[in-house]
Design a protein. Structure first.
Length: 317
């Protein structure tokens, strides 16, 4: 967790001062060993992060910069980091101290065991969303034959790509209103060698639905945070992640869920299901909305014990 309200001033000069403990007085460049670099990064980040998270981010930064995994760095702890790498580390630290998410700084995020490229066009993938994917996978009956899936609001593509990776024979689609997000999603699909049909679409424009086939599974992690909650958002989210992927009008927080429910009436196949991530404080309201639209609905809690996911389906006579 980021500790709000704390600021820190640091620079390459500070790094040089830190490194001077291990460098001759007239050393022209900053040379640091792996443990020294780790201490430097952690010492800076602990001013705004909890100790464990600062340590985790420090390891992540070092692996990104050096290309050496933590276990190998421990084994070669005397290895010196080049001046260029020291400069890169300091650049990353400055951005992290401005509360920029480490995933944007390093342009990478892990989701369901896969490494994704991310930038400010897309949300940072969350662990809770991995739980949504696992719920879908656990409900599937194998072998998979003629299964069709669509992810509404794909962002980085993490959900449809992870599903396709696990359900190789499924036909998987993803849609998003943001051209920038779709570029990121397509880049990830290419890099990971996974075939997903990505299309640009404003899902709230129902006239666009005619371009889509029917689906066995509709999945979505749509915007669900009321605009009034902005003041409660941590700086690393509010100042960096795309607002269109986060916020909904205060007077209509279920706007995307109603659209998904209506879409399912026409485009969900027999015995199909809808899976969505939900606002933890609106789980009951979201389930009630699905019930009013003729669905059965199940709320599932995440690992933190919060109402986080809903499955909705039509009862078959």
């Amino acid at each position: 967790m980021i500790q709000e309200g704390k600021t820190v001033s640091t620079s390459l000069a500070n790094l040089r001062q830190f490194a001077s403990l291990y460098c001759p007085v007239n050393c022209k460049f900053v040379f640091m060993t792996m443990p020294e670099a780790n201490k430097y990064i952690s010492a800076q980040l602990i001013t705004i992060y909890e100790k464990a998270e600062a340590s985790h981010i420090s390891d992540w930064v070092l692996e990104n910069v050096t290309g050496i995994k933590r276990t190998d760095r421990i084994a070669s702890k005397g290895q010196v980091i080049s001046p260029e790498q020291v400069t890169q580390i300091d650049h990353y630290v400055q951005r992290l101290l401005a509360h920029e998410p480490v995933q944007y700084v390093l342009r990478e995020a892990w989701f369901c065991g896969l490494k994704f490229y991310v930038d400010k066009n897309v949300l940072v993938p969350r662990p809770e969303t991995e739980e949504l994917v696992e719920w879908i996978i656990s409900d599937c009956r194998f072998p998979i034959v003629n299964l069709t899936v669509i992810d509404v609001g794909s962002g980085s593509g993490c959900i449809p790509i992870a599903i396709k990776r696990r359900l190789g024979k499924a036909e998987v689609w993803g849609c998003d209103v943001s051209p920038g997000a779709l570029q990121v999603a397509k880049k990830n699909a290419r890099t990971l060698g996974i075939d997903v049909n990505f299309i640009e679409m404003d899902f709230l424009n129902r006239d666009r639905w005619v371009h889509l086939p029917t689906f066995d599974i509709i999945v979505s992690n749509p915007p669900y945070i009321p605009a009034a909650a902005r003041k409660e958002m941590p700086a690393n989210v509010l100042h960096y992640e795309p607002e269109t992927a986060l916020f909904v009008p205060d007077d209509d927080p279920l706007v995307f869920y109603r659209a998904i429910a209506d879409f399912g009436k026409e485009y969900l196949k027999k015995n199909g299901a809808i899976y969505t991530e939900v606002n933890e404080s609106l789980g009951e309201e979201t389930a009630a909305m699905f019930h009013l639209n003729g669905y059965k609905a199940e709320i599932k809690k995440d690992m933190q014990g919060k109402d986080r996911m809903i499955k909705a389906w039509f009862s078959q006579a």
